[in-house]
Structures are given as structure tokens and as C-alpha cells.
Design a protein around this ligand. Sequence first.
Ligand SMILES: [Zn+2]
Ligand SMILES: [Zn+2]
Length: 379
Amino acid sequence: MAEKDYYNKLGVAKSATKEDIKKAYKKLAMQFHPDRAPDDKKKEYEEKFKEISEAASVLGDDKKRQQYDQFGSAAFSGGGAGGTSGSGFEGYDFSDIMSHFRSGAFGNSDDIFDHIFGGGSSGSGRSSRAHRGADLLYELEITLEDAAKNTKKNIELNKLERCSECSGKGAAKFENCHHCQGSGQMKRTQRTPFGIFQQTGPCAYCHGRGELAQDSCKTCGGEGAIRKKKKIEVTIPGGVDEGMRLRVAGEGEIGANNGPSGDLYIEISIAEHEYFTREDQNLNITVPISFSQAVLGDEIEVPTIDGKAKLKIPPYTQSETIFRMRGKGLPSVHGHDAGDQMVKVRIEVPKKLSKKQLDLIQKIDEEKPSKSFLEKIFG
Ligand SMILES: [Zn+2]
Ligand SMILES: [Zn+2]
């Protein structure tokens, strides 16, 4: 088996710190993630991704790095006198590593390194490692009235929760694992052309737990978790806008092996309103006024998102004039001042008038108080 230069693969110096190695790996792993490969290079990217992951798993682990510096990559390839006893990197689940990158879990960047660098001497094996539960997304439609103030909503989730029957352990009865005498750890001896290595890792039988279940929990079938309906009450802050996501910490799905629960995200959508439209925190509404109200002025009542309010219409108000009612818009989720309500008035032309009313209007027109539009244009 050819000697592999792990430092070269990651493009780091022999003196690189662990941080350097993580950084270099992260960069390369993103670059050569098989998902990003052009169609004709899928195989090439996958190979490269495996190579750098292998290099990182060795160089990122102090003990393995030391062995590598001393004995070279053969110490990890399992291809020596021990035959094909695939140890070292071969057992890694690449689809798992790849999906870590894919899911963006890399934002929490140490997670992936724990994942591939983990195991071995630290004593906590991959299979028994506590994992954070999945985040959940809940789409919630509310009314504009709901968005105008803090509103409590009951929502029902269908999510993985800890089995209460077995407290998440998967069984009621346990006994010490006889494979590892309850320690959860197992020594693994590896023969290589350079000598015999002893590594301690999680017991393969109890997955590092140190105990074995005597019977599977009947409620959860030994999973320790069960899908359940759960109602929770959430407070939607006044001023929320379409598409905003509210985070409810810890209300996601339960984590594996007693890992922390994920979070719940509530994505808000706001139903269309019959009268109001929204522009950020401002509300727009159009209200009709009569011709005489427009000419003479008046005080009218207009709807607001939380009741009625009075609005003064000055004399000689033109149709389509917009009045601003300060503070009558929506509150701010960020604690700023409330928005305004913008009221557009539209002069309504009556649909039917009596003969007397029509005569009066005729009289107004005969008075000709000012030049008509046509006279202004044509003189
Ligand atoms: Zn159970
Ligand atoms: Zn064991």
C-alpha cells in the first residue's frame, strides 16, 4: 500500500496546529463536496473528499497524528500483516459526513470534527455519542389583528419525544455488559508492519454504555423515543411580519442518546386582510367620503386595526388625499415606535339622486366659481 502524505493532502505544513488543520479541512471539504461536483467529475470529487476526510481524521487527532508522524499512513490503512482487518478510517460512514456538510450543520463547525475526529481514545464512541435532536419547522398563519399585538397561540406538534415508560433508555431492565465488564471500553489490538498498536475504543456490543438491555421497552420498541402529539402555547410578538421565523428553544425533536433537543421554528404567514394592506409597520386603508364632506370638511370615524378612531377631514379635500394617523399602525417587534395608519379618502359619487338634488347640483355648476379644466388648457 502506497504511503500517503496527509499533510500534503490538506495542504498544511508539518508544523500546522490543530486549528490550521480544521480550517484547511473545512475549506477543502466544502470545495470537494460530492454535491458540488460537475456531472463528469462525481467520482473524482468523491475520492478527493474521502482522501481529505481521512487525512483530517488522522491529523486532527493528537494520538493518531503522533503515530502517523512516527510510522506513516500504514499505521491506519489496516493493510499490513493484519490482512484486511479494516480499521482506522475505513469504517467511517461517508454519507453521514457528507450529509453533515449538506445540512449546513457545519455552521456549528466543531460538530463535524467531533464526528470524524471523535471515537478512539476519548472513550465516547460514535454510536453512543449524544446528538442534538432535529429542529422542527411549523408554519403558522395568523391574522393581521393577531400581528397587531402579542398573541398567544396553541399549536400541536407531532414530534419525537423521550419515552416516559423507559425514561429514554429503551428498556426497563439492564445488566452489565459482559463483553467489556461494564466499562463501556474495549482494547483493540492492531498489528502493522511497524509493530502492535493498542487502541481503546467504545465496546461494540453495548456501544460504550457499559450495560445491555434485558428486554426492549414495549412502548417505544427499544428506541427510547416515541412520536407523540404535543400541544404547546407560543406567544407571537406584536409586529411580526410575513416570513419571520420565531425560535422556541428546546421544542424540537429529542436528541439521540440523551442529547439535547433541537429547536422549534415557527414561520409566520399573515392572512390577507379585507380592508388593510401593510407596508412594514404602516397600514394603508381607503375610506369613502361624500362630496359635501370633502368640500365642507368633517370629522369622520375610520376603522383601525384595534377599533375605531376619529379623523378630521379639512374643507376642500381632494379625492385620493392621504392622511397620516401617527402611531395607529403596527407595533415593532424590535421595540421601536409603532407605525402609522395611512388613510386615503375617495370621494364617492352618488349612484342615484332625487330631482331636487340634481337641480341643486346644476345650480352649483352654473355659478362657475373658477375656470374649468378645459378653459385652463385652451384659454
Ligand atoms: Zn421506552
Ligand atoms: Zn460493553
